[in-house]
Ligand binder design. Structure first.
Ligand code: ADP
Length: 320
């Protein structure tokens, strides 16, 4: 981290929609040049946070600034300085690739030629399809065009709302490679995702759930390391729901959750090795076959699940 002022500063943001509290006192700071991820499931409040930052909606309480400018007082200047990719594609499907880009450039009083160097790393990949209508592009290509459009006015901060949702795994990986390349160029990026595995691609992450941060933002490695309980992954032949129920009923099991083809079991007392052995014997004793139970390194998703069931009491502290 640097001593430079934060590129994005969020202090106690609150936003309500009628009965729903979309943001319930969120605070965070994104440092210049950081690739910062907001990780959370559907409805966590990610879009609401980003819409406030790009000055599309107003907060009910709290304060936020982007590139040193206040989201309420300086909203016009912020709009010039941020590149925003909303959750749903913002492209004009009837315009071609080139026409979409020209349009976004013209809105900011510039041209594709003048800004070519900044968009080139991404745009060059879709340039051969300049005359294709945006509506006829594949998901991955639409994503590249939307990112090019968000970059075409040389933003100082890039704000990307779930850019990889609904995109195939290869395009998702390619997209994160592009964000890495933009980061090497010095761009500050705030990106949201519901995919926990994408957390690893960020410098730091914030875990958001029902409008609150579950813990202070930190590196994905530090977040994963903060999981202190013994953790074991278990699999066996048979019905997953029944396996989950069996594991949850065993002594000394604090939590059991489905993780892909495994069930992750959090223990309470003994170490992970002893817990694994005990799970193995207990399941085999109950007639489960092909049981595998082994210690596993905690991931960001394990931390997320643990904090959801038992929130961190320090999460209310202002981490700005
Ligand atoms: P995310 O982007 O993480 O899916 P959102 O910010 O879209 O989360 O939504 C957070 C909460 O606010 C949800 O409960 C959602 O239903 C509610 N919400 C979002 N936008 C509106 C709106 N325009 N009107 C009413 N409720 C909304």
């Amino acid at each position: 981290m640097t001593d430079a002022p934060a590129s994005v500063q969020v202090n106690g943001l609150v936003k309500r929609y009628d009965e729903a509290v979309a943001l319930d006192g969120v605070s965070l700071a994104v440092e210049p040049g950081e690739l910062f991820g907001v990780i959370g499931p559907d409805g966590a409040g990610k879009s609401t946070l980003f819409r406030i930052l790009v000055t599309v909606i107003l907060p009910d309480a709290g304060a936020a600034s982007v590139d040193g400018l206040d989201v309420v007082d300086d909203y016009l200047e912020i709009r010039r300085r941020v590149g925003y990719m909303p959750g749903r594609f913002s492209l004009y499907p009837d315009l071609t690739v080139r026409e979409n880009l020209e349009f976004f450039a013209s809105v900011f009083g510039t041209s594709v030629e003048a800004e070519y160097d900044v968009i080139a790393p991404i745009y060059s990949q879709i340039e051969p399809f300049d005359d294709r209508r945006a509506g006829a592009l594949s998901g991955g290509m639409k994503q590249k065009l939307a990112l090019s459009c968000a970059l075409v006015h040389r933003p100082r901060v890039l704000i990307l709302d779930e850019p990889t949702t609904g995109v195939d795994a290869v395009s998702r990986a390619e997209f994160w490679d592009m964000l890495g390349e933009l980061k090497r160029g010095g761009l500050t990026t705030l990106v949201s995702t519901p995919y926990m595995d994408e957390a690893a691609r960020c410098d730091r992450i914030a875990l958001l759930q029902t409008g609150r941060l579950l813990r202070a933002p930190d590196t994905p490695e530090a977040v994963a390391r903060s999981f202190r309980a013994p953790l074991v992954r278990v699999r066996a032949t048979g019905e997953r729901a029944a396996l989950l129920g069996t594991l949850r009923a065993l002594d000394g099991v604090a939590r059991a959750e489905v993780f892909g083809e495994w069930v992750h079991v959090t223990g309470a007392g003994e170490d992970a090795g002893a817990l694994a052995l005990r799970m193995q014997r207990a399941l085999e004793g109950q007639g489960w076959s092909e049981v595998v139970a082994e210690p596993v390194a905690p991931s960001v998703e394990d931390v997320f699940m643990a904090l959801m069931s038992d929130p961190d009491p320090t999460a209310e502290v202002n981490h700005g």
